[in-house]
Design a protein around this ligand. Structure first.
Ligand code: FAD
Length: 371
C-alpha cells in the first residue's frame, strides 16, 4: 500500500521538505500538508510589514499553491490531536488523516491569559498575518486622532513592534501614535547591556514610552491594568509576552519538554514514536533546549527533509547539530537596526539594510518555487 507522509504546518523548518515534495511523490509516497492558512508568513519580516516596509505578499510563501503544483494534497485545517498508536491525526473540522510518517512544524502561540476581553483591537504578535490587520486599523484610526498604542512585553518582538508602529504613523498626512511599552522587568532583559542601551536610546528618542517593572494583570474594554492597579487606556494593544509551543502534543499525551513542546531526540524524532518528527518552535530538543528563534527552524530544514525520507525508505537517519551562536538583527522601524552576533555589535542604517537583504533573499529563494 502507498505510504503516507503528512506535514503538519508549513513553517520555517518545512521549507526544504516542501521544496523537494516532488521527490516524495516520484518515489510513490502520498504527501499531505495541513495548515490553517494557504500561506506561511515569514516572522522575521512581520514587524516590517506592520511598519509598511513590506506588503503581505512580499513576506509570505504560498504553501497551498506549491503543494498542489508538486503533486501533494493540501488541507486547509488545524491539527488538534494526534493518536500515535493508530497513526492518525485529528483536525479541528472533525476530519481525521492517517499517516505512516508525520512531521510537525506547527509553531508557537502567545499565551492570552491576561486578555479578559475578546476585543478585535487586541493583537497577539502571532500569527504574523494578524499584523496586516493591525496596520490597517492603526492607519484608519490615525487619520482623525492620535491613536494610543500599547505594547505588552519587553523582548525583541515588543521593541520591533513599537518601533514599527512609530514608522507606520510618522507620516505627514496622519497623526503620530502615542506608543507605550509595558515590560514586566527591564526591557530586553536577556541581552547584553550594549544591545539594551541601543534599543532604549532608539525608542526614547522617538518619544516611545518604556514602562519597566510594569506587570500587566488584565486587559479589559480597552483598559490595561497593572498589578500595581494603575490603569492606562488603549486603542490598539499588541501582546508580545513570549511564546509557547502548540498545545497539541501535551493534549495528545506525547512526551513533551517543560514548555509543552514535542520532545525530540538528536534526529528531530519524537522520543516516544519513531515515525513522528518535528522542528521549529513546536519542539523541545532533548539534547539542549533551543531558543525560540527562526534561525534554528531554518537550520533544521535539511535534517527534517533527510529524516522523513529515510523514515519512509527505511534508511539511516541523520543527526541535527544546532550549531553555535546565531546572528540576530532587529528592525527598529525607522530604517535602522541593531546587529548582534557573539560580542560583535553595530547599529544604524547598515544593520537594517543587511537584515533586509538577508530576509528578502530567504523569501525569494522559496517564493521561486511558486512559479
Ligand atoms: C514579531 C516576531 C518577530 C520575529 N523575528 C524573528 C527574527 O527576525 N529572527 C528570528 O530568528 N526569529 C524571529 N522570531 C521568532 C520566530 O518567529 C520563530 O522562532 C519562528 O517563527 C519559528 O518558526 P516555526 O516554523 O516553528 O513557526 P511558525 O513560523 O509559527 O510557523 C508555524 C506554521 O504552522 C501553522 N500552524 C499553526 N498551528 C497549526 C496547527 N495546529 N495545525 C497545522 N498547522 C498549524 C501556521 O499557520 C504556520 O504556517 C520572531 C517572532 C515574532 C513573534
Amino acid at each position: 500500500m502507498t505510504k503516507q507522509l503528512v506535514l503538519a504546518g508549513g513553517g520555517h523548518a518545512h521549507m526544504m521538505a516542501l521544496a523537494h515534495l516532488n521527490e516524495f511523490v516520484e518515489k510513490g509516497y502520498q504527501v499531505t500538508v495541513i495548515q490553517p492558512s494557504p500561506y506561511h508568513y515569514y516572522s522575521g519580516m512581520g514587524p516590517g510589514m506592520l511598519g509598511n516596509m513590506y506588503s503581505p505578499e512580499e513576506i509570505r510563501f504560498s504553501t497551498r499553491h506549491v503543494v498542489d503544483k508538486h503533486g501533494g494534497t493540501f488541507i486547509l485545517g488545524k491539527v488538534v490531536k494526534v493518536d500515535p498508536d493508530a497513526c492518525i491525526i485529528h483536525l479541528e473540522s472533525g476530519e481525521t488523516v492517517p499517516y505512516d510518517t508525520i512531521s510537525f512544524n506547527i509553531g508557537s502561540y502567545v499565551p492570552e491569559s491576561i486578555i479578559t476581553d475578546n476585543s478585535e483591537n487586541i493583537f497577539p504578535v502571532k500569527p504574523i498575518e494578524r499584523l496586516a490587520e493591525a496596520r490597517k486599523k492603526i492607519l484608519q484610526l490615525s487619520a482623525d486622532n492620535v491613536v494610543k498604542v500599547c505594547v505588552i512585553g519587553g523582548g525583541p518582538s515588543a521593541v520591533e513592534i513599537a518601533g514599527n508602529v512609530w514608522g507606520l504613523t510618522n507620516k505627514s498626512n496622519i497623526h503620530p501614535a502615542d506608543i507605550k511599552i509595558f515590560s514586566r522587568s527591564t526591557i530586553m532583559a536577556g541581552f547584553p547591556q550594549r544591545v539594551r542601551a541601543r534599543a532604549i536610546q532608539s525608542l526614547v528618542s522617538r518619544n516611545i514610552e518604556i514602562l519597566e517593572q510594569s506587570n500587566v494583570s488584565t486587559i479589559q474594554h480597552g483598559i490595561i491594568e497593572l498589578e500595581s492597579c494603575q490603569t492606562f487606556p488603549a486603542d490598539i494593544i499588541f501582546v508580545a509576552v513570549g511564546v509557547q509551543p502548540s498545545p497539541v502534543f501535551k493534549e495528545s499525551g506525547l512526551a513533551v519538554g517543560p514548555d509543552g513542546g514535542l520532545m525530540v531526540n538528536k534526529y528531530l524524532q519524537s522520543t516516544d514514536y519513531p515515525n513522528i518528527f518535528g522542528g521549529g518552535d513546536c519542539i523541545h530538543f532533548k539534547e539542549k533546549p533551543l531558543d525560540k528563534v527562526g534561525v534554528y527552524a531554518v537550520r533544521e530544514n535539511p535534517i527534517i527533509l533527510h529524516n522523513i525520507m529515510a523514515s519512509l525508505d527505511g534508511t539511516e537517519l541523520m543527526e541535527f547539530k544546532p550549531g553555535g551562536d546565531y546572528l540576530l538583527i532587529f528592525n527598529l522601524g525607522d530604517g535602522t537596526g541593531i546587529f548582534r552576533k557573539k560580542c560583535f555589535l553595530f547599529g544604524g542604517r547598515p544593520a537594517f539594510l543587511l537584515k533586509d537583504y538577508i530576509d528578502r533573499k530567504f523569501m525569494k529563494k522559496f517564493q521561486a518555487l511558486e512559479h
